[in-house]
Design a protein around this ligand. Structure first.
Ligand code: SAH
Length: 213
């Protein structure tokens, strides 16, 4: 299924009605076709505002939640962004339209390899994807201007806080995995961190170590 003009308009309208109002974020989400990241039986539901299953028992997030998180991250064209939880690669592709460079990591090799194929097919050249436990961040490329977690931690992981540039922003869901979690925004200042609670969300948990697949 490809995105005709009518489907695209309804998709963008739904995003706006759920609070995604930032013009740059909406443009980026218009450029990235979610159907490319949803395979098989669920592909025909790609434009509905719901999370959908992907390989390895994971999920591609709900578009309005992707929009709200991206908006909360306030990405600028000069930014170097780290995403933890590549999943389908959809969120990373959107970030790639807004940032200078995106590093994205997942603990499942299979997901990272599949996402890489899509990035290549779409000639996206500013994403570096890798397989690792993202809780430790990516020290080689730190500090990051922006960090986004798309899996829920009980607390913001220490290594990620340390790899955030002064003035940088990190957005993440926090809380127990099988209950409602809070989306929070952490802003790093010269002397510490500010925490804002944004809204309730529900994400898969941030797990330790590498996945089997
Ligand atoms: N951003 C994705 C959705 C992610 S679902 C998208 O746009 O499709 C959450 C992902 O986080 C899953 O793929 C899961 O494997 C990954 N994940 C969970 N714990 C992780 C960890 N410690 N390090 C890296 N990835 C992790």
């Amino acid at each position: 299924m490809t995105q005709d003009a009518d489907t695209k308009m309804r998709f963008l309208y739904a995003l706006r009605s759920k609070g995604v109002t930032d013009a740059r974020v909406l443009t980026a989400m218009e450029q990235v076709d979610r159907a490319d990241f949803v395979k098989g039986t669920f592909a025909d539901r790609a434009y509905e505002d719901m999370p959908l299953p992907i390989a390895c028992g994971q999920t591609i997030s709900q578009p309005s939640v992707v929009g709200i998180m991206t908006q909360a991250l306030k990405v600028s064209a000069r930014d170097k962004v780290l995403e933890i939880g590549t999943g389908s690669g959809y969120q990373a592709a959107i970030l790639s339209k807004l940032a200078r460079r995106v590093y994205t990591v997942d603990r499942y090799r299979r997901l990272v390899l599949a996402a890489r194929l899509i990035f290549d097919a779409q000639d996206i050249t500013n994403i570096t994807s890798f397989i690792a436990d993202g809780s430790f961040g990516f020290a080689d490329q730190a500090p990051f201007d922006r960090i986004l977690l798309t899996a829920a931690a009980e607390d913001p992981p220490g290594p990620l806080l340390a790899q955030l540039r002064v003035g940088g922003i990190m957005v993440l869901p926090v809380g127990q995995s099988d209950t409602v979690q809070s989306l929070i925004r952490v802003t790093r200042h010269e002397t510490g961190y500010d925490y804002d609670e944004l809204r309730p969300v529900r994400f898969v948990p941030l797990l330790e170590g590498l996945g089997q697949d």
